[in-house]
Design a protein around this ligand. Structure first.
Ligand SMILES: CC(C)(COP(=O)(O)OP(=O)(O)OC[C@H]1O[C@@H](n2cnc3c(N)ncnc32)[C@H](O)[C@@H]1OP(=O)(O)O)[C@@H](O)C(=O)NCCC(=O)NCCS
Length: 274
């Protein structure tokens, strides 16, 4: 549907975190208020208001080495198909272009229909999986507390750029922990409705699966994980262990690839963070 009224885009501030949370909760997403505060204080978040009500959002989070993540592209149902998401993502891209940033995002199928025509190109695919009822405290392998520097170093090899600011903010939240066992390492954090595992870094699928098994045996869920589709042995192992595939995400890039990741992660930090 063509726009029937002008769309005023505003830049949002940290005080908009609760209103942002209403939008992402309405879409059934797992972000909590701490996630919104991170975007609003470290990124540039655009929004559209109808009176006092926030009805749409999109965030650009600058990372390191000329890269940025676009996320939180949300339009409340009664304002959809008026070109609002397109305009908000355009506003994010304008900032990215001005700052010389390559923009990345992980698109839902609905989002991909907006981003493709804007010039985003597909890269890797992800699968969001959910484990509703893990067996409970039944750890099969020893889990030790991981180290933030070691996680940031491995994460940077997997992404091609540094994300220590994000990872240290995650770790500082109540309920977060870094866990490792021999060759695998992961971050666990609270979400609005489920605990989230990611990023998860390992050399081999069996190591990654062993770590997930130990994590879900160490505390109760429900759990979410965003697995890299190309890690097929890992994905198949999760499904065999009772995880359900909820939805696909398509990673997309706007602009030149600036850094080549050395090693694929098994699970990412989340579609909103990459
Ligand atoms: C995806 C979403 C952000 C789109 O917002 P929107 O403001 O309706 O998008 P736009 O009006 O800019 O759509 C632009 C074009 O994308 C396509 N498009 C958008 N939503 C679509 C849908 N649900 N199905 C098919 N095509 C769609 C259409 O081609 C549309 O143009 P048209 O309306 O002229 O046909 C919104 O539906 C939403 O919030 N969904 C839930 C959360 C979500 O998935 N966000 C994306 C995260 S990556």
């Amino acid at each position: 549907m063509a726009a029937i009224e002008p769309i005023d885009i505003v830049e949002l501030g940290v005080a908009d975190a609760p209103a942002g949370l209403v939008l992402s909760t309405e879409a059934g997403w797992n972000q909590n208020e701490a996630d919104w505060r991170f975007f609003l204080s470290h990124g540039i978040v655009f929004g559209v208001r109808d009176g006092d009500r926030l009805v749409a959002s999109a965030a650009l989070l600058p990372y390191w080495a000329g890269n940025a993540w676009i996320s939180m592209v949300l339009v409340t149902p009664d304002f959809r198909r008026r070109g609002i998401a397109t305009k908000l993502v355009d506003a994010c891209l304008d900032v990215a272009k001005r700052r010389g940033l390559t923009a990345w995002l992980d698109a839902t199928p609905a989002g991909a229909t907006v981003y493709g025509p804007l010039g985003f190109e597909p890269t890797l695919q992800l699968r969001r999986l959910r484990l509703e009822k893990p067996q409970g405290a039944n750890a099969t392998r020893p889990l030790s507390a991981g180290n933030l520097d070691a996680l940031a170093t491995r994460d940077s090899r997997a992404m091609g750029f540094d994300r220590s600011t994000l990872l240290s903010a995650f770790v500082a939240r109540p309920g977060s922990r870094i866990v490792s066992d021999e060759r695998a390492m992961a971050l666990i954090r609270d979400g609005r409705a489920a605990r989230h595992i990611g990023p998860l870094l390992a050399d081999r699928a069996d190591q990654a699966l062993g770590l997930v098994e130990a994590i879900v045996g160490s505390e109760s869920g429900p759990w979410l994980i965003d697995a890299v589709h190309a890690q097929d042995a890992f994905l198949e192992g999760l499904v065999r262990a009772g995880w359900n595939i909820e939805r696909p995400f398509q990673r997309m890039r706007f602009g030149a690839a600036t850094a080549l990741p050395a090693q694929l992660p098994f699970a990412v930090a989340g579609p909103e963070f990459g």
